[in-house]
Design a protein around this ligand. Structure first.
Ligand SMILES: [Ca+2]
Ligand SMILES: [Ca+2]
Ligand SMILES: [Ca+2]
Length: 264
């Protein structure tokens, strides 16, 4: 009985994950997102890590809980721009917003470019601090901007990511977008060795994600999701309350059915 229960729970989990994952990504007419991610493996420079069969498939390996996020225990997270392939790349901005009060904090402005990095920290008072690090001509990082909010700016450690564009702002939470469309997909690390632009090769661990954005309204876009691609680390994708409630109901139902069968 136990194995049937856990099997069924697995089915429920898989069904939920699939349901939350159904964002179609198309190759488009530029460098496809799949190729962008594959290139991180190829450039890592060792035979096993250049094996692009290890790379996540952009359509089937999307991470389910990509709408809300928390920074890990240190309270500090880094973001690294992998690529921007978009006509709007010089004006698009990227940052985080508080899940409750909607306050935003920018990590990258329009001039930010491939391999630039940003640090963001949320303190116990809700103060948010960011440092923007720009590559110089030699590829070295220079701290350009330091910014800190007053205390209480964020209500806590639960936030979403946003992409600011000339045509409006898109959010990692689909229901905040004008037509409820999914504008961002995420891929979670599983220990492969990759090389991010500007850096030496390293492990893509499980608290690091690649976020890939479509910068036009999904339904009228080319759906290529290569318009802004960023690596964020020391964060965890958080299952949303609605998803958790649904999962709880599903598991309760399975448990109830199992008990009924057991009593017969
Ligand atoms: Ca999404
Ligand atoms: Ca696009
Ligand atoms: Ca594009």
């Amino acid at each position: 009985m136990k194995s049937i229960k856990s099997l069924m729970a697995g089915v429920v989990l898989t069904a939920l994950a699939t349901a939350a994952n159904a964002t179609v990504i198309l190759p488009g007419s530029e460098t496809p997102l799949q190729q962008v991610i594959n290139s991180l493996y190829k450039s890592a420079g060792c035979p096993s890590c250049s094996d692009i069969t290890l790379a996540p498939n952009v359509n089937t390996d999307q991470y389910a809980y990509d709408e809300l996020w928390s920074i890990e225990a240190s309270g500090l997270s880094a973001a690294t721009i992998i690529i921007e392939i978009a006509g709007n790349s010089s004006t698009n901005t990227f940052g985080i917003y508080d899940a409750y009060n909607g306050n935003t904090v920018q990590l990258f402005g329009g001039p930010a470019d491939q391999a630039d990095q940003a640090l963001v920290s949320i303190s116990q008072t809700g103060q948010v601090t960011t440092v923007y690090l720009q590559r110089d001509g030699n590829g070295n990082l220079q701290a350009i901007n330091f910014w800190s909010s007053g205390s209480g700016y964020f209500t806590g450690n639960l936030f979403g990511y946003y992409l600011g564009t000339g045509g409006g702002t898109f959010y990692s939470e689909s229901n905040r977008n004008a037509d409820g469309a999914d504008q961002m997909v995420a891929f979670r690390g599983d220990g492969d060795t990759i090389r991010l632009p500007g850096n030496t090769p390293g492990v893509w661990g499980s608290s690091s994600y690649i976020l890939a954005w479509e910068d036009l309204r999904y339904n009228s876009s080319d759906k290529d999701f290569n318009d802004f691609v960023v690596y964020v680390e020391s964060v965890t994708g958080v299952a949303e309350p609605g998803t958790l409630a649904l999962l709880g109901l599903g598991l309760a139902g399975i448990g109830f059915a199992a008990r009924r069968r057991a009593k017969r």
